[in-house]
Design a protein around this ligand. Structure first.
Ligand code: PMP
Length: 409
């Protein structure tokens, strides 16, 4: 007799939700099998910008020369790689740190998950930007936490509102521990937090004794000279836990990220991580180690930045030409633009029809919001899109908008 599986599931199952963008992604994948789709849906670097041939050569060398490449590494990563990451933090982030402050993880994703496991209890509250990165919200919900979103504007999380929320929760005696922010090139908004706001956020964390998780996934995809520093580099009290990732520059498939924080936190992460995964993927660790040692981060990043900047410019110009008057974000960093649809059009309905009728894929942004405020917004990615199809994709968005009989203001 087949068991009734529900009886065996843990009570945690109540906290495990399907990603709300899964449906959209599945529809896009199905349609792409038979039709040429102009996709603004992805959230990844362009594989044609990444030097894959060089990776091939490095991989060959790694497998032939490093016996250890087919064995486990220490759970917290190869010690040589941690040394290189510490140098990276000094050179690119202005953070003086050492291997004892670093754990190499399976992308930023595992870093985020472990942090939740280590810090968050059921009933705890985490503050995020509204909107925020959907997988962080989903995975921290596994731990039974409540997520509260603080609105953003063009300068990032509105820290005056953050202060109001923190004050209120504090006076109510609520269990608030952590503020999670993606300060540069935020996913999904593309917005970068100003220096004043960064300072204010750290002041609030200090005043109310909170930790800050800084998700630095897009810190180095910056297209304009902006005067911002990583929160971790401004952190005099060791309140910031830095979530690093090489995904957006070296490629998401390598799965190499890291956590950098005070050794007391990192020591706990190390203990927790061993039995979870044995170690991050070792061939990838060696490849990243080689890339860093050979000083290839800068040229690979420079190529990516030049390419994505030109794609961003084409997309913004197309939005301004074909969707004149529509509200949208203007990213100086990252890979996304948010676009507000006029007349209360539902982003989900719009995205479905856009794919169905016009073969253009965008992601409805409602899933990224912690409340109902994102229903008429869609997210457009520019890093992965094909340059010569960007304008056409945006033109088709304008055609569907006309069918909705809305006038673009
Ligand atoms: N943080 C943010 C804000 C992201 O957008 C992503 C990837 N979409 C990640 C973390 C995780 O990426 P990875 O696990 O590949 O490092």
């Amino acid at each position: 007799m087949k068991p009734v599986y529900d009886r065996f599931l843990s009570s945690r199952i109540n906290y495990i939700e399907q990603s709300p963008i899964r449906d959209a992604v599945a529809k896009i994948a199905a349609k792409s099998k038979t039709t040429k789709v102009i996709s603004f849906a992805a959230g990844e670097p362009d594989p044609d910008v990444i030097p894959r041939e060089l990776y091939g050569e490095l991989a060959k060398e790694v497998f032939i020369k490093e016996k250890g490449s087919v064995n486990y590494s220490p759970a917290d990563g190869l010690s040589e790689l941690k040394i290189e990451i510490a140098k990276f933090m000094a050179e690119y982030e202005g953070v003086k740190t050492g291997p004892d402050n670093i754990v190499v993880t399976l992308g930023g994703s595992q870093a985020i998950d472990i942090l939740g496991r280590l810090i968050l209890d059921p009933g705890d509250i985490v503050i995020v930007e509204n909107p925020s990165y959907v997988n962080t919200i989903l995975v921290w919900k596994h731990y039974g936490v409540r997520i509260i979103g603080v609105p953003m504007d063009d300068n990032g999380m509105i820290t005056e509102k953050l202060e109001d929320v923190v004050k209120r929760l504090h006076s109510e005696g609520k269990k608030l521990k952590l503020i999670y922010t993606i300060p540069t090139g935020q996913n999904p908004s593309g917005v970068t937090m100003s220096m004043d706001r960064r300072k204010h956020l750290l002041e609030i964390a200090s005043r109310y004794d909170l930790l800050v998780a800084e998700d630095a996934a897009y810190n180095h995809l910056v297209y304009e000279p902006v005067d911002v520093k990583p929160l971790r580099s401004m952190d005099t009290e060791d309140r910031v836990i830095y979530i690093g990732s090489f995904s957006k520059i070296f490629g998401t498939g390598l799965r190499i990220g890291w956590l950098e924080a005070h050794p007391e936190i990192i020591g706990r992460v190390r203990v927790a991580k061993g039995p979870m995964d044995m170690c991050p993927p070792v061939p990838s660790q060696y490849i990243v180690l080689n890339l860093l040692r050979n000083k290839l981060y800068r040229p690979i990043r420079e190529k990516a930045v030049a390419e994505y900047k030109s794609k961003r410019d084409i997309m913004i110009a197309a939005i301004e030409k074909h969707l004149m008057g529509l509200k949208h974000t203007r990213p100086v960093a990252g890979m996304f633009i948010l676009l507000w649809l006029p007349g209360g059009i539902d982003g989900r309905v719009f995205s479905d029809q856009l794919l169905e009728k016009y073969n253009v894929a965008v992601i409805p942004a409602a899933a990224f919001y912690t409340d109902e405020s994102g229903r008429n917004i869609v997210r457009l990615n520019f890093s992965m899109s094909e340059k010569d199809l960007i304008e056409e994709g945006v033109r088709r968005i304008s055609m569907l908008l006309k069918e909705f009989k809305t006038s673009i203001p």
